[in-house]
Design a protein around this ligand. Structure first.
Ligand code: SF4
Length: 278
Protein backbone atom coordinates (compact mmCIF):
# COMPACT_ATOMS: atom_id res chain seq x y z
CA UNK A 1 0.00 0.00 0.00
CA UNK A 2 1.43 3.20 -1.04
CA UNK A 3 1.31 5.59 2.03
CA UNK A 4 0.88 9.31 2.52
CA UNK A 5 -0.02 9.82 -1.08
CA UNK A 6 -0.52 13.42 -2.13
CA UNK A 7 -4.08 14.42 -2.90
CA UNK A 8 -5.54 16.42 -5.68
CA UNK A 9 -5.76 20.13 -5.20
CA UNK A 10 -8.99 21.93 -5.85
CA UNK A 11 -9.29 24.51 -3.13
CA UNK A 12 -9.75 28.15 -3.99
CA UNK A 13 -8.27 29.46 -0.79
CA UNK A 14 -5.87 31.75 -2.60
CA UNK A 15 -8.73 33.98 -3.70
CA UNK A 16 -9.17 37.21 -1.82
CA UNK A 17 -11.98 38.99 -3.65
CA UNK A 18 -15.16 38.07 -5.47
CA UNK A 19 -16.46 34.72 -6.62
CA UNK A 20 -13.84 32.26 -7.75
CA UNK A 21 -13.85 29.39 -10.15
CA UNK A 22 -13.15 25.96 -8.70
CA UNK A 23 -9.64 24.82 -9.45
CA UNK A 24 -9.28 21.90 -11.77
CA UNK A 25 -7.02 18.97 -11.03
CA UNK A 26 -3.34 19.71 -10.62
CA UNK A 27 -2.29 16.13 -9.89
CA UNK A 28 -4.06 12.85 -9.34
CA UNK A 29 -2.81 9.95 -7.26
CA UNK A 30 -3.76 6.32 -7.87
CA UNK A 31 -5.57 6.18 -4.54
CA UNK A 32 -7.64 9.29 -5.28
CA UNK A 33 -8.42 7.98 -8.77
CA UNK A 34 -9.60 4.82 -7.11
CA UNK A 35 -11.72 6.85 -4.66
CA UNK A 36 -13.49 8.59 -7.53
CA UNK A 37 -14.15 5.32 -9.32
CA UNK A 38 -15.61 3.87 -6.14
CA UNK A 39 -17.74 6.89 -5.26
CA UNK A 40 -17.51 10.48 -6.59
CA UNK A 41 -19.16 11.81 -3.41
CA UNK A 42 -16.51 10.17 -1.24
CA UNK A 43 -13.83 11.70 -3.47
CA UNK A 44 -15.42 15.11 -2.91
CA UNK A 45 -15.55 14.74 0.86
CA UNK A 46 -11.93 13.62 0.97
CA UNK A 47 -10.13 15.56 -1.75
CA UNK A 48 -12.18 18.69 -2.34
CA UNK A 49 -13.88 19.44 0.97
CA UNK A 50 -10.83 17.95 2.70
CA UNK A 51 -12.87 16.52 5.53
CA UNK A 52 -10.50 14.40 7.51
CA UNK A 53 -11.74 11.00 8.54
CA UNK A 54 -10.65 9.67 11.93
CA UNK A 55 -7.59 7.43 11.65
CA UNK A 56 -8.16 3.75 12.24
CA UNK A 57 -6.11 0.97 13.76
CA UNK A 58 -5.94 -0.60 10.30
CA UNK A 59 -4.39 2.52 8.78
CA UNK A 60 -1.95 2.69 11.70
CA UNK A 61 -0.91 -0.91 11.05
CA UNK A 62 -0.51 -0.30 7.32
CA UNK A 63 1.60 2.82 7.77
CA UNK A 64 3.84 1.27 10.41
CA UNK A 65 4.29 -2.01 8.54
CA UNK A 66 5.26 -0.15 5.37
CA UNK A 67 7.90 1.82 7.24
CA UNK A 68 9.28 -1.34 8.82
CA UNK A 69 9.40 -3.25 5.54
CA UNK A 70 10.99 -0.31 3.79
CA UNK A 71 13.70 -0.11 6.44
CA UNK A 72 14.26 -3.86 6.50
CA UNK A 73 15.89 -3.48 3.10
CA UNK A 74 18.25 -0.82 4.43
CA UNK A 75 19.92 -3.65 6.35
CA UNK A 76 22.55 -5.93 4.77
CA UNK A 77 20.86 -9.02 3.30
CA UNK A 78 21.95 -11.53 5.98
CA UNK A 79 20.47 -9.33 8.75
CA UNK A 80 16.94 -9.28 7.35
CA UNK A 81 15.60 -11.63 9.97
CA UNK A 82 12.10 -11.69 11.54
CA UNK A 83 13.30 -10.24 14.83
CA UNK A 84 14.82 -7.27 13.05
CA UNK A 85 11.55 -6.62 11.24
CA UNK A 86 9.62 -6.73 14.52
CA UNK A 87 12.11 -4.31 16.09
CA UNK A 88 11.75 -1.99 13.12
CA UNK A 89 7.98 -2.13 13.47
CA UNK A 90 8.15 -1.22 17.17
CA UNK A 91 10.59 1.62 16.49
CA UNK A 92 8.49 2.97 13.60
CA UNK A 93 5.37 2.94 15.77
CA UNK A 94 7.09 4.85 18.56
CA UNK A 95 8.23 7.35 15.97
CA UNK A 96 4.83 8.14 14.45
CA UNK A 97 2.22 7.33 17.07
CA UNK A 98 2.04 10.67 18.87
CA UNK A 99 2.05 12.82 15.79
CA UNK A 100 -0.02 10.75 13.36
CA UNK A 101 -2.25 8.69 15.65
CA UNK A 102 -2.77 10.55 18.92
CA UNK A 103 -5.39 8.98 21.15
CA UNK A 104 -5.94 6.04 18.79
CA UNK A 105 -6.16 3.55 21.63
CA UNK A 106 -8.29 3.87 24.72
CA UNK A 107 -5.85 1.96 26.88
CA UNK A 108 -2.33 0.59 26.96
CA UNK A 109 -3.81 -2.91 26.84
CA UNK A 110 -5.63 -2.10 23.59
CA UNK A 111 -2.41 -0.76 22.07
CA UNK A 112 -0.50 -3.83 23.22
CA UNK A 113 -3.10 -6.19 21.73
CA UNK A 114 -2.94 -4.26 18.44
CA UNK A 115 0.86 -4.51 18.52
CA UNK A 116 0.83 -8.27 19.04
CA UNK A 117 -1.71 -8.74 16.26
CA UNK A 118 0.40 -6.53 13.99
CA UNK A 119 3.55 -8.56 14.65
CA UNK A 120 1.63 -11.75 13.89
CA UNK A 121 0.59 -10.25 10.56
CA UNK A 122 4.19 -9.21 9.85
CA UNK A 123 5.42 -12.71 10.70
CA UNK A 124 3.49 -13.94 7.65
CA UNK A 125 5.82 -11.96 5.44
CA UNK A 126 8.59 -14.53 5.90
CA UNK A 127 6.39 -17.31 4.60
CA UNK A 128 5.92 -15.35 1.36
CA UNK A 129 9.49 -14.49 0.46
CA UNK A 130 12.99 -14.46 1.87
CA UNK A 131 14.15 -10.83 2.04
CA UNK A 132 17.77 -11.98 2.43
CA UNK A 133 17.70 -13.01 -1.23
CA UNK A 134 16.12 -9.82 -2.60
CA UNK A 135 17.77 -6.58 -3.65
CA UNK A 136 15.03 -4.20 -4.77
CA UNK A 137 15.91 -1.66 -7.46
CA UNK A 138 13.76 0.90 -5.71
CA UNK A 139 11.63 1.29 -2.57
CA UNK A 140 9.07 3.96 -1.64
CA UNK A 141 9.76 5.61 -4.96
CA UNK A 142 8.12 9.04 -5.26
CA UNK A 143 6.64 9.17 -8.74
CA UNK A 144 5.49 12.42 -10.34
CA UNK A 145 4.95 12.13 -14.06
CA UNK A 146 3.32 14.45 -16.57
CA UNK A 147 1.74 12.06 -19.04
CA UNK A 148 1.29 14.69 -21.72
CA UNK A 149 -1.32 16.79 -19.99
CA UNK A 150 -2.32 14.70 -16.99
CA UNK A 151 -0.04 14.69 -13.96
CA UNK A 152 -0.01 11.55 -11.85
CA UNK A 153 1.68 11.30 -8.49
CA UNK A 154 2.11 8.46 -6.05
CA UNK A 155 4.58 6.41 -4.08
CA UNK A 156 5.54 3.00 -5.39
CA UNK A 157 6.32 0.44 -2.67
CA UNK A 158 8.99 -1.68 -4.33
CA UNK A 159 10.41 -2.71 -7.69
CA UNK A 160 12.85 -5.49 -8.45
CA UNK A 161 14.34 -7.66 -11.17
CA UNK A 162 13.16 -11.26 -10.79
CA UNK A 163 13.14 -14.44 -12.84
CA UNK A 164 9.86 -13.12 -14.25
CA UNK A 165 11.48 -9.82 -15.28
CA UNK A 166 10.85 -6.38 -13.81
CA UNK A 167 8.16 -6.64 -11.12
CA UNK A 168 6.38 -3.88 -9.20
CA UNK A 169 5.28 -4.95 -5.73
CA UNK A 170 2.72 -3.49 -3.34
CA UNK A 171 2.33 -4.52 0.31
CA UNK A 172 -1.15 -4.76 1.81
CA UNK A 173 -2.02 -5.29 5.44
CA UNK A 174 -5.75 -5.64 4.79
CA UNK A 175 -7.53 -8.81 3.79
CA UNK A 176 -7.08 -10.08 0.25
CA UNK A 177 -10.12 -10.10 -2.04
CA UNK A 178 -11.25 -13.46 -3.42
CA UNK A 179 -9.24 -14.39 -6.50
CA UNK A 180 -12.16 -13.80 -8.88
CA UNK A 181 -12.26 -10.14 -7.80
CA UNK A 182 -8.51 -9.66 -7.51
CA UNK A 183 -8.01 -7.98 -10.88
CA UNK A 184 -9.58 -4.75 -9.62
CA UNK A 185 -6.97 -4.61 -6.88
CA UNK A 186 -4.26 -4.16 -9.52
CA UNK A 187 -5.65 -0.78 -10.61
CA UNK A 188 -3.02 1.26 -8.73
CA UNK A 189 -0.15 -1.03 -9.73
CA UNK A 190 -1.07 -0.69 -13.42
CA UNK A 191 -0.87 3.08 -12.97
CA UNK A 192 2.58 2.72 -11.38
CA UNK A 193 3.67 0.50 -14.26
CA UNK A 194 2.50 3.20 -16.66
CA UNK A 195 4.52 5.80 -14.75
CA UNK A 196 7.62 3.59 -14.78
CA UNK A 197 7.27 3.08 -18.53
CA UNK A 198 6.92 6.83 -19.01
CA UNK A 199 9.92 7.61 -16.81
CA UNK A 200 12.33 4.91 -17.94
CA UNK A 201 11.05 3.74 -21.31
CA UNK A 202 10.95 0.19 -19.94
CA UNK A 203 7.68 -1.71 -19.63
CA UNK A 204 7.50 -3.72 -16.39
CA UNK A 205 6.78 -7.43 -16.79
CA UNK A 206 4.75 -8.17 -13.70
CA UNK A 207 2.67 -6.75 -10.86
CA UNK A 208 2.61 -8.33 -7.42
CA UNK A 209 0.28 -7.77 -4.48
CA UNK A 210 1.51 -9.12 -1.15
CA UNK A 211 -1.30 -9.40 1.39
CA UNK A 212 0.35 -9.99 4.74
CA UNK A 213 -2.93 -10.98 6.33
CA UNK A 214 -3.61 -14.49 5.18
CA UNK A 215 -1.07 -14.40 3.69
CA UNK A 216 -1.98 -14.20 0.02
CA UNK A 217 0.06 -13.24 -3.02
CA UNK A 218 -1.39 -12.32 -6.39
CA UNK A 219 0.89 -11.76 -9.35
CA UNK A 220 -0.13 -10.94 -12.91
CA UNK A 221 1.82 -10.10 -16.07
CA UNK A 222 1.57 -6.62 -17.54
CA UNK A 223 2.25 -5.41 -21.08
CA UNK A 224 2.11 -2.34 -23.30
CA UNK A 225 -1.44 -3.04 -24.42
CA UNK A 226 -2.67 -2.97 -20.81
CA UNK A 227 -0.71 0.17 -20.08
CA UNK A 228 -2.06 1.93 -23.17
CA UNK A 229 -5.56 1.04 -21.97
CA UNK A 230 -4.73 2.42 -18.51
CA UNK A 231 -3.45 5.61 -20.08
CA UNK A 232 -6.78 6.01 -21.92
CA UNK A 233 -8.73 5.21 -18.78
CA UNK A 234 -6.79 7.76 -16.72
CA UNK A 235 -7.36 10.51 -19.29
CA UNK A 236 -11.08 9.79 -19.28
CA UNK A 237 -11.13 9.79 -15.48
CA UNK A 238 -9.19 13.06 -15.35
CA UNK A 239 -11.74 14.69 -17.70
CA UNK A 240 -14.68 13.28 -15.73
CA UNK A 241 -13.29 14.57 -12.44
CA UNK A 242 -12.73 18.02 -13.93
CA UNK A 243 -16.30 18.06 -15.22
CA UNK A 244 -17.52 17.12 -11.73
CA UNK A 245 -15.44 19.96 -10.25
CA UNK A 246 -16.85 22.45 -12.76
CA UNK A 247 -20.46 21.37 -12.26
CA UNK A 248 -20.22 20.49 -8.57
CA UNK A 249 -21.92 17.20 -9.37
CA UNK A 250 -20.37 14.32 -7.39
CA UNK A 251 -23.07 11.65 -7.24
CA UNK A 252 -22.91 9.25 -4.30
CA UNK A 253 -22.43 5.68 -5.43
CA UNK A 254 -23.69 3.31 -2.79
CA UNK A 255 -22.20 -0.14 -2.43
CA UNK A 256 -21.21 -2.63 0.24
CA UNK A 257 -18.19 -0.41 0.83
CA UNK A 258 -20.47 2.27 2.34
CA UNK A 259 -20.33 0.22 5.56
CA UNK A 260 -16.66 1.18 5.86
CA UNK A 261 -17.06 4.78 4.70
CA UNK A 262 -16.36 7.31 7.42
CA UNK A 263 -18.52 9.91 5.64
CA UNK A 264 -21.75 7.95 5.85
CA UNK A 265 -23.13 10.27 8.55
CA UNK A 266 -22.97 13.25 6.21
CA UNK A 267 -23.57 11.45 2.92
CA UNK A 268 -26.64 12.59 0.95
CA UNK A 269 -27.36 8.97 0.00
CA UNK A 270 -28.02 8.25 3.66
CA UNK A 271 -29.74 11.56 4.43
CA UNK A 272 -33.12 9.93 5.09
CA UNK A 273 -31.50 7.88 7.83
CA UNK A 274 -30.09 10.92 9.56
CA UNK A 275 -31.98 12.35 12.52
CA UNK A 276 -33.92 15.54 11.80
CA UNK A 277 -32.49 18.68 13.27
CA UNK A 278 -35.17 20.67 15.12
S1 SF4 B 1 -21.43 6.41 2.31
FE1 SF4 B 1 -21.27 5.34 0.36
S2 SF4 B 1 -22.30 6.69 -1.10
FE2 SF4 B 1 -21.85 7.92 0.72
S3 SF4 B 1 -19.87 8.89 0.33
FE3 SF4 B 1 -19.47 6.99 1.42
S4 SF4 B 1 -19.09 5.46 -0.20
FE4 SF4 B 1 -20.13 7.22 -1.14
Amino acid sequence: MPIMEPVTTTSNDTADTGPTEPRLLATLSPSRASDFKQCPQMFKFKSIDKIESPPTVFQARGTTAHLALQRLFDLPGPEREPQRLYDLFRAAWMEIKDEDYPGLFESVDDERAWGIESLNVLANYFSIEDPRTLEPLDRELDMLEDLDGIVIRGILDRMEETDDGLVITDYKTGKAPPERFADKAFFALRIYALLIRHRTGVTPDGLKLIYLTGPTVYQVPVDDEQLDAMDTQLRALWATINTAIETGDFPPQTSKLCDWCSYQDICPAFASEQPEVT
